[in-house]
Structure formats: structure tokens, C-alpha cells
Ligand binder design. Structure first.
Ligand code: AMP
Length: 410
């Protein structure tokens, strides 16, 4: 267990808060989805009400050093939206380090909030420790940048779960350099650790996992880890065809990864009856929207590809989910971006919500599954929707996060 913002007193202190305010912007710098800003509010409000002098920091996008980056990837719109939601002025500090940052911080009164400009305007933010280990210049560059940030504050807060699997300067080097000062997690990270960590480590049973997506190779780690913990794994998406083809089934033109056939066979042998595969699919000649689609069991004809799970699979998976006391879902059941291949994913979204209504703890592992839950309007019927796609997968795999480990234990 890590210390949280409830365990510390921030009154009068300079509090450096790493958030994930990496929201999508359109060509006119308008925010098209402000969920990440809203998700940060409880922590920011609590710290401001506690009299902290808040220095918020985040990355936005992937600036590449172009002349227009300072406009394209500016956090200006984020500062305005955050100010609106907090009902207070949140000035955007034009630089995250240097005199501008130091001056802005020295002008803060208790309860004030400022937002530093995009951390990724500095290459040092994303230098990997592994690379820096063999390059003293890179190490010095990353440390110098992190030291400037660390010097701004008396307290460090990590509430940026989506970036917790990275060793970015603001995520790891800064708290390392602030050793001896309070370094704790915010509410968002606390929730993620509670659900992705504790609920999955000690699940209420039966524990049912639903995994989908394009590639077995991307989900190997998570399948292996969840297999040691769950009672049933329901597989969907193109991933399922790699498992089926590995067993010698004909899957037509479906997307498969032949070099993973051996791995798929051994995973299936290990899992036995706990690993379920689709018994039918929605198939089409190609992946086009509105393509003529049919329900098809096995084998899938040579000129057809499986693009979604079929109705018998949906019914079987739904039945298994209804018995669950813990459900974890990551990855779409089909090409959910293209109608009519979105039905399996939407049906699983409903089944997760129904299981939750019946008392299960439901955890959605970010990314596409979170979008599907939103598209289906079911977000408020889910126990926990992770804010980190890549981070939630890595966490479920059981990978240690240095950016969390470095923080104070409760
Ligand atoms: P992932 O990023 O691994 O979670 O995979 C998500 C992607 O898998 C989405 O873009 C889906 O369109 C794609 N996908 C899911 N099922 C299939 C399928 N049966 N055939 C091809 N692509 C699929």
C-alpha cells in the first residue's frame, strides 16, 4: 500500500502534481474528450482545499521538434478547461522549467493552482533510463531537467496512471531526486492500484476474464498472468483465430499469427477447459463497413475472414459472465470500429454491466474496451474503468512499476 494525499498535510507547501492531461485536440486546439481532465479533478480539488500551492505538470501528444510544436502541443486549452471545471483561474506557465516556472511558483498563494507547459517540449523527459545507463551525457541531461522540476516543490504527487509504466523524468527521476520529501499517490492512481492490483490479486470468485484484440503476441503476458489467477478466460477478437488455427481448425482469411501457434497450443494445454474460444463468428469477404456478413461456425470458408464473435458465442460468454463475482475485460471481440462487426463487443459491454448489476466487481482495462463501454453508454454501471491502456495491461501482467515503487509506503 502506498501513502496517498489523505496521509499528508499540504498547507502552505509547494506541491508538484504529475497528471495525465494528454487529451485529444482537434485542428483548432479544441478538446474533443475531456475525461482525463475530469478524472484529475478530485485530487486537484482536495489538494487546493487543503491549502497546497499546486504546480500541475503533464505531457500532451508527442512533439517531434517542429517549429509549430509549441502551438500544436500546448496545454493552453487544458489550462482553460481545467480552470472552468475548478471554477478558478489556472494560469498556464509558458515553460515547465527555468525562470518562468520558478517565478510562477514563487507567486502562488495557498490554494492556488498553476499548470506547467508540456513536459515533452524537453527531450530529457522521455530519455529512457536504460539508454541513459550507457550514455553519461543523456543521464546528465535527464537528471538536470528532473532536478529543475524537483527544486520547484516540497511535495510530489503522482496521479498519472496512464504514464506509470514509463520511466519518464517527471514520473521517476523527479521523485527519486525528492527523496526525504513526501511523495505520494493521488486518488486516481490509488483507485487503479486498488482495482487492477488488489481486486485482481485476491479476486472474489468466480473470476472471469474476457480478452480480445488483434494479436496474441500483444497479450501473451497478460494471458499468462491472468491464467494463474482466474477461473475462466473468454477469448475473442482476431486473437481467437490464432488459438483455433493452432489446433488445426480452418479459419479462412482470418488474421492469425502462425509464429505463435506453438505458444497458443501450450497456453491452451495449460489452461484446459478454463480457456474458451468462439464457437461461431461473423464472417465477411473483407473488412469493409456494410460488407455482407454471415454467421458461421467452424470451419470458416477459405474466402471469408472472422471479424466478430457470433451469436452462440455471445450467449455462452454472457452466461459465464453472469456467474462471475469478478470480471476483467480487455480488448474488443471483433473489428468494433466497423459496423456490423461491433455487435460482439457491444454485447460483452452489456454483459459486463449486467454482471456488475448482480454484484460482480467489474474492471475494464482501458483503451478500446473503455471506448466500447462509453459508446454503449454503460460507463456508470462498471466498477472501475482504467484510465491507462498500456499501463493497465502491464499492471495486470504483474510488471513492477518503478514510478510507483519509488513513492512512500503507507
Ligand atoms: P488490440 O490493440 O490488440 O486490443 O486490438 C484492437 C484491434 O483489434 C481493433 O482495432 C480491432 O479492430 C482489431 N480486431 C479485433 N478483432 C479482429 C478480427 N477478428 N480481425 C481483425 N482485427 C480485429
Amino acid at each position: 500500500m502506498k501513502k496517498t494525499i489523505d496521509d499528508i498535510d499540504v498547507r502552505g507547501k509547494r506541491v508538484l502534481v504529475r497528471l495525465d492531461l494528454n487529451v485529444p485536440l482537434d485542428g483548432l486546439q479544441h478538446i474533443t474528450d475531456d475525461r482525463r481532465i475530469r478524472a484529475a479533478l478530485p485530487t486537484v480539488q482536495k489538494l487546493a482545499e487543503g491549502g497546497g500551492r499546486l504546480i500541475l505538470m503533464s505531457h500532451l501528444g508527442r512533439p517531434k521538434g517542429a517549429a509549430t510544436d509549441r502551438t500544436t502541443y500546448s496545454l493552453a486549452s487544458v489550462a482553460i478547461r481545467l480552470g472552468g471545471l475548478l471554477e478558478k483561474t489556472v494560469p498556464l506557465v509558458p515553460d515547465c522549467v527555468g525562470n518562468a516556472a520558478r517565478d510562477a511558483v514563487s507567486n502562488l498563494a495557498d490554494g492556488d493552482v498553476c499548470l506547467l507547459e508540456n513536459l515533452r517540449f524537453y527531450d530529457a523527459e522521455t530519455i529512457k533510463d536504460k539508454k541513459a545507463a550507457s550514455d553519461a551525457q543523456l543521464r546528465a541531461q535527464k537528471d538536470a531537467f528532473a532536478q529543475e522540476l524537483a527544486d520547484l516543490a516540497d511535495v510530489y504527487i503522482n496521479d498519472a496512471f496512464g504514464t506509470c509504466h514509463r520511466d519518464n523524468a517527471s514520473m521517476l527521476t523527479v521523485p527519486q531526486l525528492m527523496e526525504g520529501k513526501p511523495r505520494v499517490v493521488g486518488y486516481l492512481v490509488r483507485h487503479e492500484l486498488q482495482f487492477l492490483g488488489e481486486s485482481v490479486a485476491n479476486p472474489a470468485r468466480p473470476f472471469v476474464c474476457v480478452l480480445g484484440g488483434a494479436k496474441v503476441s500483444d497479450k501473451l503476458g497478460v494471458i499468462r498472468t491472468l491464467l494463474t489467477k482466474c477461473d475462466t478466460i473468454l477469448i475473442g477478437g482476431a486473437m481467437a483465430y490464432t488459438f483455433l488455427a493452432a489446433e488445426g481448425e480452418s479459419v479462412g482469411k482470418s488474421l492469425v499469427e502462425p509464429d505463435l501457434f506453438d505458444t497458443a497450443r501450450s497456453l491452451r494445454a495449460e489452461a484446459g477447459r478454463r480457456l474458451k474460444l468462439p464457437v461461431d463468428s461473423i464472417v465477411a469477404a473483407d473488412m469493409k463497413s456494410g460488407a455482407s456478413a454471415d454467421v458461421c461456425g467452424l470451419p470458416i470458408p477459405a474466402n471469408r475472414m472472422g471479424l466478430d464473435i457470433g451469436p452462440r458465442t455471445i450467449a455462452a460468454y454472457r452466461d459465464l459472465m453472469q456467474t462471475a463475482k469478478t470480471v476483467v475485460w480487455n480488448g474488443p471481440m471483433g473489428v468494433f470500429e466497423v459496423s456490423p462487426f461491433d455487435q460482439g463487443t457491444l454485447a460483452v459491454a452489456s454483459a459486463v454491466a449486467e454482471a456488475t448489476d448482480q454484484g460482480a466487481i467489474s474492471i475494464i482495462g482501458g483503451g478500446d474496451s473503455a471506448s466500447a463501454i462509453d459508446k454503449a453508454g454503460l460507463a456508470d454501471r462498471i466498477t472501475h474503468i482504467s484510465t491507462g491502456g498500456g499501463a493497465s495491461l502491464e499492471f495486470l501482467e504483474g510488471n513492477p512499476f518503478a514510478a510507483i515503487d519509488v513513492l512512500d509506503d503507507a
